[in-house]
Ligand binder design. Sequence first.
Ligand code: AMP
Length: 416
Amino acid sequence: MQNIDTYDFKGKKAIVRVDFNVPLNDKFEITDDTRIRAAIPTLKKILAGGGSVIIMTHLGRPDGVSEKYSLKHITARVSQLLGADVKFAPDCMEASAYASELKPGEALMLENLRFYAEEEGKPRGLAADASEQDKKAAKAEIKEKQKAFVKKLASYADCYVNDAFGTAHRAHASTALIAEYFPNDKMFGYVMEKELAAIDKVLKNPVKPTTAIIGGSKVSSKISIIENLFDTVDNMIIGGGMVFTFMKAKGGRIGSSLCEDDQLELARQTMKKAQEKGVRIYLSDWVVAADKFANDANTRTCNAMDIPDGWMGLDTAEKSLAEWEEVLKNSKTVLWNGPVGVFEMPEFSKGTKYIAKILADITSEGAFTLVGGGDSVAAVTQMGFADRVSYVSTGGGAMLEALEGKELPGVKAIRG
Ligand code: AMP
């Protein structure tokens, strides 16, 4: 594995997997270019080093060639942000001539990789009632075709850079398989490096004490993260909708709050495991309860173990937030995944905002704070705290899998 800062790009063509899966409006205008901006330093570094770049990405979930998901809609914006002309190859499998003409300092964008089923390696167009045998045959066929697809992409370049953290949890042609064609010329881009460094700071060598805040709606979707983190953290704060499954498991009365009844036993076991591993659990004992799931509901502060019938806990109340604040102020490393209330409704966003503010404060006092995965990222961004925490992850699913302790195929393909 090579390092982007020390690799000699002079005269080399670099094929770079980025995540330019940006949202477009119905006029095909980009409504949020954050992902493009994120990868610009990597692309600029290669160009400044005397190399040329072949940019590859997916956009949306096309089921074959589609005008709607064409990357031609975003090429001008990439050119503008990169400060260099970006040529466009309208078929990622017919780009040899474009690639061979590239000169140092020039950039080329390949058309959407997912116009080909080979990118993901999953058969398309199978009848819903296809037999197991047909499914198996289609899978084998696409895997075979995928080999030629990977080989073709690799033939365009001298080195491979993966800067698409958002798809690092997928073993796709461009995110993982292509790396084998560049055994001595493969590396991470800056986005990947930063994401992996942030994860390592939490999971591998955290400065203690370490606290995780886990919120969101469902225990079932977070349980693997919670259990994996038991090996690293000293404290675990659990809030949001998932807390009520824990409260009910402890014998509490939770009114009509969110609850996964099939997870009660698991919640009990999880609390027991925490105790065995010496992790202190802080549940949101005090919540803001509402008489309906609406911003204009009537509200009252309740003990989360004693919520009246017909009322539901929708936010974390001051009393618990104050307790958590003490824990967080004494922490040197903090991971936050999942809002601690229904932050989409202003009335129930206060707890989540409070947490964002505490994280900003402790960051300014030297703590390392990572916000990763899904809605907590949306929350800190929307609330204006994204620049005031140490790191906000760009990769939803990839970050969640990393926090679950899973090896990401896109990372393994480079690191070995
Ligand atoms: P997740 O995708 O699992 O991180 O869940 C995020 C969702 O959890 C957001 O849409 C929140 O509105 C929701 N959420 C947070 N707290 C609660 C709560 N107390 N009751 C219901 N939903 C909640």
